[in-house]
Design a protein around this ligand. Structure first.
Ligand code: 26V
Length: 826
């Protein structure tokens, strides 16, 4: 290429003088607008393009840095990313906040006013997807050479509307307008094959396999920049979009099969149409299976392409690449890498396995058996016949090894096999992930222990060193600096800004716990945040709440194990007490809920309906004089969490002990000075250990007690008979008090509680009520409450995703940060 290219000055540096001219340029030449004709969306677009230019410069530099250093890279494979809006995040992480403010001042444009014009990408369901987003932020901030891989779903998680109290799902058209943060990279398009047959042939007596697929889909990558905080590093998130090759269809078309050609195209492209909105049951199972393979196949090809640029000896692969599987979803990767090494790169099986099994790490995020994927052998036969052969071969060799380790124990072979025989022949994908990985980790201490003792004890016994824990974390950039700028400023005034990249620094705040002025400022910030939340509540639900109410919040996916039902039963109990004129002094209490239910999850949807019906009755009952308000804000998403969390007083983390792998919302709340009411589950336990028992409200049965209860013929109907509080609440629901014109709609909820109560709501009910009572008493003492809240903030250092990622990098990935060489002073 012409060397003169390098001499052309196209450098974009962050200078307030040039920002205004970039902005005006984009407005004029991209949107064809001037200041008179520009809409707010045009202004947002021009601003976003301006930011993007500043990112691209550093993006190219980062690529150069990595290419020159050839470091070992992390490839993070996740089917979900809940990035939220990127506009503000990118400006803050670039460190361009002030320059943008000043640079645009002369135009009378305040960039912050336009941040809500961005349609947020919501390519995930819940905790797992948001964790992946926090991890990307931390990996970039820690200078780790990492690439995130995912799918570019045309429709992300559905938009939740409420219609007569029921959840209604609407498509999320996040790509309707330009997505300024993505860049299409057609040159890295890859083919993905499906179906067909496998031919066996021999060369020099060695069996070889030739997979002749029946159809091919193309994977087109779209890259999104991941901006590190204040370090000029821009990593990449590469999302794959499915497209059927034109040429492929043209063949069919020319042969007169127009309909087939078109339907094949549509069928192929459905692969990345929608994100599965179901983290409980699996619908469209076969499509999801193909989606997973499409994702894995694109990503592994890309990883190998990158590897080959730096080495032609695959024995180096584990030294150059580590692939982290975010849950079981991408675990077909293990067989895909084997297939490429053995069939395409002609590497012998043993060496191929040595390379493969050194290259993966597997994180488990749930012990709910329905989410541990098992794919019917039929699916493999139809779509991935060669992978099935590879998995059978792996299984045979693996069981051989196990039988040597546990001689005579046939049952262990059945339990550990990659193949489940009954009732239907299936491949256990988690087992494939475990045998193909150097590391298997859970996401909180208790969860990692449960994995070892209950979910995969045979694997633990056989490979104890493979198992480890990596307690989750959250990025302080989004969850404090961006979401709660006033608190972030106050903290910075007191202890400097180092906490942003070293959250343990927050400890220094402890010396201010008794400082009256500090406490006052701290309270003032909470009060301002509450005003904003009250505004949001009014806007989204029409309910008017008091600015100085106690905000008691449960926001997360709706699931029986998370026990939103127990929360609303408590609200009903309070309501009964108020109606009986029991004296409830103190401020208004707002019980706020938000979250989506899987579209096929009937009980979860009925819980939403119950919350909304209860809200309607309570909020309109003049007898209780606005003492409590119940709010369900529809369409929960990252940007909403950013408003709710900084305003919260009480964070509800009330899952049945043993069920919540970690939780990360719990961390976000505590970091923003909310006090937790929680069970001894997931990361709550570690939060308690950090903040101290006096600064968290725990209740309920612990994991061992739950186990005992489960084994002891638990009879929830007896509790109902014996406990007048439970009886009153359940009777009120059953009397159709909250379903006046919809008689009996809540019977399934009541019946399930009375007959089974799978999640031990009745068993924990008294303890939960007492705990709330205690909280109310404590809240009345402003001084001690504030002290506890400040201590929560000060002691959250451990829960930075920077800490988590450092542990992954050091213990699992063996990957080091890459720093640019300092320019020599002349
Ligand atoms: C399973 C399935 C099954 C089929 C359809 C789609 C789908 C999507 C997701 C899942 C698994 C969800 C697992 C999950 O989100 N776990 C959460 O991970 C968080 C991050 O580690 C953790 O904090 C939460 O406690 C855990 O529930």
């Amino acid at each position: 290429m012409n060397p003169n290219w390098d001499n052309i000055d196209s450098q974009v540096t962050i200078q307030q003088e040039s920002i205004a001219s970039f902005f005006v340029h984009y407005l004029k030449f991209f949107s064809g607008k001037d200041r008179h004709s520009a809409s707010e969306l045009d202004i947002y677009n021009a601003l976003a393009y301006t930011i993007r230019d500043h990112i691209i410069e550093k993006w190219l530099e980062t690529k150069k840095l990595y290419n020159n250093n050839e470091p070992k890279r992390v490839y993070y494979l996740s089917m979900e990313y809940l990035l939220g809006r990127l506009f503000t995040n990118n400006i803050i992480n670039l460190g361009a906040d002030e320059q943008f403010k000043k640079g645009l001042k002369k135009l009378g444009v305040n960039w912050e006013d336009f941040s809500t014009w961005e349609r947020e990408s919501a390519l995930g369901n819940g905790g797992l997807g948001r964790l992946a987003a926090c991890f990307l932020d931390s990996m970039a901030t820690l200078n780790l050479p990492a690439v995130g891989y995912g799918l570019r779903y045309e429709y992300g998680i559905f938009r939740q509307d409420i219609c007569q109290g029921y959840q209604v799902e609407e498509p999320d058209e996040w790509l309707k307008f330009d997505n300024i943060w993505e860049m299409k990279r057609v040159e890295h398009t890859v083919p993905v094959h499906f179906g067909g047959e496998v031919e066996v042939y021999h060369i020099d007596g060695v069996e070889k396999h030739n997979w002749c697929p029946s159809y091919t889909v193309l994977g087109i990558p779209y890259d999104m920049p991941v901006v590190g905080y204040g370090n000029n590093i821009i990593n990449t998130l590469r999302l794959w979009s499915a497209k059927v090759s034109e040429e492929f269809n043209l063949q069919d078309f020319n042969q007169g099969n127009y309909i087939d050609a078109v339907s094949e195209k549509v069928e192929g492209e459905t692969l990345t149409k929608v994100l599965y909105p179901d983290d409980r049951t699996e619908s469209g199972r076969e499509l999801r299976f193909r989606q997973q393979y499409f994702f894995v196949c694109c990503s592994i090809q890309d990883i190998i392409r990158k590897f080959k640029k730096e080495s032609n000896d695959f024995r180096d692969f584990p030294k150059k690449a580590v692939i982290q599987l975010n849950d079981t979803h991408p675990s077909i990767s293990v067989s895909e890498l084997m297939r490429i090494l053995v069939d395409e790169e002609d590497i012998n099986w043993d060496l191929a396995w040595e390379i493969t099994s050194k290259s993966f790490g597997y994180t488990n995020h749930t012990i709910l058996p329905e989410a541990l994927e098992k794919w019917p052998v039929e699916f493999f036969q139809r779509h991935l016949p060669r992978h099935l052969q590879i998995i059978y071969e792996l299984n045979q060799r693996f069981l051989q090894k196990i039988s040597v380790m546990h001689p005579g124990d046939n049952d262990i072979l059945r339990r550990m096999s990659l193949v489940e025989e009954y009732p239907q022949k299936k491949i256990r994908m988690a087992h494939l992930a475990i045998i193909g990985s150097t590391s298997v980790n859970g996401v909180s201490e208790i969860h990692s222990e449960i994995l070892k003792s209950q979910v995969m004890p045979d694997f633990y016994k056989s490979f104890p060193n493979r198992f480890n824990n990596k307690t989750n974390g959250i990025t302080p950039r989004r969850w404090l600096l961006q979401a709660n700028p006033d608190l972030a400023d106050l903290i910075t005034q007191k202890i400097g800004k180092d906490w942003v990249c070293d959250l343990s620094k927050l400890k220094q705040l402890e010396k201010y716990v008794d400082d009256k002025a500090f406490s006052k400022q701290f309270r003032k910030i909470k009060a301002t945040n509450k005003e904003k939340l009250a505004q949001l509540i009014k806007e989204k639900t029409g309910v008017v709440v008091k600015n100085d109410a106690i905000f008691d919040v449960q926001i997360k996916r709706i699931h029986e194990y998370k026990r939103q039902l127990m929360n609303i039963l408590h609200v009903i109990h309070l309501y009964c007490e108020l109606r009986e004129n029991k004296d409830h002094k103190g401020p208004q209490r707002v019980f706020l809920f938000a979250g989506k239910a899987a579209p096929g999850y009937y009980m979860a949807k009925m819980i939403i309906k119950l919350i909304l019906n209860v809200a309607k009755v309570i909020n309109n009952d003049e007898l209780i004089n606005d003492k409590i308000k119940v709010v369900f804000i529809p369409n929960y998403k990252v940007s909403m969490a950013e408003v709710i969390i900084p305003a919260t007083d009480i964070s509800e983390q009330i899952s049945t002990a043993g069920k919540e792998a970690s939780g990360t919302g719990n961390m976000k709340f505590a970091l923003n000075g909310a006090l937790t009411i929680g069970t001894l589950d997931g990361a709550n336990i570690e939060i308690m250990n950090e903040v101290g028992k006096d600064n968290i409200f725990t209740f309920g049965l612990d994991i061992d007690e739950i186990k005992t209860k489960r084994q002891s013929n638990y009879q929830p109907n007896e509790l109902y008979e014996q406990n007048p509080k439970i009886k009153k609440v359940v009777d009120l629901i059953q009397s159709n008090f909250f379903s006046f014109n919809e008689s009996g709609i809540f019977d399934p909820i009541c019946n399930s509680l009375l007959s089974e109560d799978q999640y031990f709501i009745f068993a924990d009910f008294d303890s939960y009520l007492d705990c709330h009572e205690k909280i109310l008493q404590e809240y009345r003492n402003e001084k001690t409450w504030t002290k506890k809240a400040i201590l929560n903030v000060a002691r959250m250092g451990k829960f930075s995703s920077d800490r988590t990622i450092k542990e992954y990098a050091e213990d699992i990935w063996k990957v080091s940060p890459v720093f640019p060489k300092k320019a020599k002073k002349s």
